[in-house]
Write a protein that binds this ligand. Structure first.
Ligand code: THG
Length: 678
């Protein structure tokens, strides 16, 4: 990308870049009439002014450029066809975006000099409909953003800013749209993503800043930061977090304080000097490099920022980024100190009868409940598999993942043999998911198809050691497939830390001769991958190893197998979290017989087997049963039970408790603010 803006941003003296202030505030101060907007039916549609009264917008741009802004944002915040439809202007989306960008470019040309170049950022706002909450579907939103991005691109924008983001899934739709346009045009523009953290500390859909960063980290973004909702004070913690962890340049574009409602209008009271002092600190102490103003900020605010930018140098940053998955709410590091990444296996229609029955009955609440019970058991990630012959798997994935995403705080591992089902999940699950899985069974195109999804939706990916000849059985073959996939995935642009190799645990429990070495081969392959393929993750579906044994024996064998695999370098496992025992809880003789089974240490006298650990284990556990789970305390007062429901996020039975609580307590209501008028 040959971008003058990026050259400026990354020039050796690391200049502080100043964005402009509020569009809305500075349109309002011109006291425009309905006629200025093109008639009463368009009043309030600021984006239409580039057509009806371009001079009003040019004035806002000029005032900010004269105050010293390096970058002005186009008057296109609400310019997708979806928002414009509210004014019956949907068909003008492309035209209005292009016109707004051309106008901004024309005005910057009046001010731009070689010493102080000025740039135009094409503004793409969040729209009025949040995909995570089901207000709009992913593809419709992406298509609308394509049109907007193309207009901005064709109008000559120097960079694009996806801003005031309230929903992580909305950001992914916009990023996909933008990359579609770049592909079509054959070149890219610099990209900035600016999220909005509300005064309650998360994005509107509940995402913490850590989650937002994890979700965005895989994308080719240049600048990431915060804008809108609050003044700089309430942004401080989040900005500091980004400065310490984000690989992207950090931006901070606050409101002029929290809005105060005076006579039905929002008033912003932070003075230019107060804004200057706050942002001075963020730049000097933490390394923020891009600053500006959102709702309520005027040219005199921007003038103060331009003054500090002229002399300040952002503190050098050394961000520490940790590979992780995320739900829409929070992040989950892949690496678990002294433990393993626990992927809950029970939400699996092909692996669990209980799950299959609920899916067949379309008992979505029951399935969400099954997901939540795994959270309680200590799972870090939830495997979700709806593969079930005779049902519409894409629809099932859409329905189930769409409910899990808001109801469960864990990241999802989308498990299917069909990529179409994975993609259906990705279109509703705005967190950072893991795709389970890809392999070479159906050749390279299918292998790459899943990698393409991983790139597009910013996901990790499981690679099973299966190739055109089928499932690898020996350690050598498992390793060879992993190595092939490692090289191809890295070349394709998937970083090593996003690849989870699964060396496939096959049963050691059948007694069939050719299965005897399954455990050894799987563990040996893990050891080689750990030694020879740097940076990748290694994962196993552990329960396969014990298929057919008595449940009590399975728990012990699975746990021992997991323990051995971890000693060889395993990072994560798909398990039933409440059925894994720590080594200290397994009797030494059980440990011994399991090890002998895993590594096939039978003894022979000639052809006659004199000791078979499989027979030994079966005998040891004959007649033994696995322990049952405990459940909730029904004797607590209603307040306590309600509290428990909230802590557990358990919906089943909640309404009943709520109704009881409402007999004793009044309800209260949460409200929030946004950038539409600022
Ligand atoms: N690797 C990867 N993904 C996988 C697997 C793997 N996904 C599916 C599977 N293997 C892991 N998931 C399960 C889910 C359930 C069980 C085992 C593995 C299981 N089910 C009980 C049984 O079969 O006895 C039935 C429980 C019930 O019916 O309720 O054990 O290897 N990448």
């Amino acid at each position: 990308m040959n971008s003058p803006f990026l050259k400026h941003l990354h020039s050796p003296d690391r200049p502080v870049i100043v964005f402009d202030g509020a569009m809305g505030t500075n349109i309002q101060s011109q006291n425009l009439t309905a006629a200025d907007f093109g008639g009463p039916e368009y009043e309030g549609c600021n984006e239409y002014l580039v057509h009806t009264l371009p001079e009003a917008i040019a004035k806002v741009h000029r005032d900010f450029l004269a105050a010293g802004a390096d970058v002005i944002e186009t008057d296109t915040f609400g310019n997708t066809s979806i928002v414009l439809a509210e004014y019956d202007l949907a068909d003008k989306a492309y035209y209005l975006n292009k016109t707004a960008a051309q106008l901004a470019k024309k005005v910057t040309a009046e001010f731009s000099t070689p010493e102080k170049p000025r740039f135009v950022a094409g503004s793409m706002g969040p729209g009025t409909k949040l995909p995570t909450l089901g207000h709009i579907d992913f593809d419709t939103l992406r298509t609308a953003y394509v049109e907007q991005a193309e207009g901005l691109y064709d109008g000559g924008a120097d960079l694009l800013i996806i801003e005031t983001c309230q929903d992580v899934l909305q950001i992914k739709a916009a990023l996909n749209a933008v990359s579609e346009v770049f592909e079509k045009k054959g070149s890219r523009l610099p990209l900035m993503v600016s999220v909005t953290i509300e005064n309650f500390g998360t994005m509107l859909v509940g995402s913490e800043i850590e989650a937002a960063l994890t979700i965005l980290q895989p994308y080719p973004i240049d600048i990431m930061g915060l804008n809108c909702a609050t003044g700089p004070d309430l942004m401080a913690d989040h900005i500091k977090y980004l400065c310490e962890h984000s690989p992207f340049v950090v931006s901070c574009i606050p409101n002029a304080g929290l809005p105060e409602n005076i006579g039905g209008h929002a008033h912003y009271k932070l003075t230019p000097m107060e804004l200057r002092m706050a942002l001075h600190k963020f730049v000097e102490d933490w390394g923020v490099q891009v600053i500006g103003g959102c709702c309520g900020t005027r040219p005199d605010h921007i003038q103060q920022l331009a003054e500090i930018a002229a002399t300040l140098k952002p503190k050098a940053r050394h961000p520490q980024f940790e590979p992780a998955a995320a739900s829409i709410y929070s992040t989950q590091a892949y690496d678990q100190d002294n433990s393993f990444l626990i992927v809950g296996e029970r939400l699996n229609a092909s692996g669990s009868k209980k799950c299959r029955n609920m899916l067949n009955a379309e008992d979505w609440d029951g399935l969400v409940s099954l997901a939540k019970s795994q959270v309680k058991e200590g799972a870090h990630v939830l495997d979700v598999n709806v593969d079930y012959v005779g049902r519409d798997g894409e629809r099932d994935m859409h329905e189930l993942a769409g409910r899990l995403v808001t109801n469960v705080t864990l990241p999802l591992m989308l498990d299917s043999t069909e990529w179409e089902k994975m993609e259906e999940g990705l279109k509703v699950a705005g967190g950072k998911c893991i795709l389970n899985s890809t392999n070479y069974e159906d050749g390279e195109p299918r292998f790459f198809k899943v990698l393409e999804l991983a790139k597009k939706y910013g996901a990790g990916v499981v690679v099973g050691t299966i190739d055109e000849d089928g499932m690898a059985r020996t350690a050598e073959k498992k390793f060879a497939i992993a190595q092939r996939a490692y090289n191809q995935a890295l070349e394709y642009g998937i970083p090593a830390h996003e690849i989870f190799f699964d060396t496939l645990a096959l049963p050691v429990s059948t007694g069939i001769e050719e299965d005897r070495e399954n455990g050894k081969a799987t563990i040996e392959a893990i050891r080689r991958i750990r030694e020879e393929l740097p940076g990748c993750q290694i994962l196993l579906g552990v329960s396969n190893v014990s298929f057919g044994l008595n449940p009590a024996a399975r728990i012990v064998l699975n746990s021992m197998f997991l323990h051995e695999a971890m000693a060889a370098g395993l990072d994560g496992a798909i398990v039933s979290a409440n059925k894994i025992l720590p080594l200290a809880k397994i009797e030494p003789e059980h440990q011994e017989v399991c090890r002998k089974l895993i590594y096939d240490r039978r003894t022979f006298d000639g052809d006659i087997c004199t000791y078979d650990p499989l027979a030994e284990l079966t005998t040891m556990f004959a007649g033994k049963t696995a322990k049952r789970d405990r459940s909730v305390d029904e004797n607590l007062p209603v307040e306590e039970r309600l509290k428990q429901h909230i802590i557990d996020g358990e919906r089943i039975g909640l309404e009943e408790q709520l109704a009881k609580a409402l007999e004793k307590h009044p309800p209260w209501i949460l409200s929030t603010s946004s950038c539409w008028t600022g």
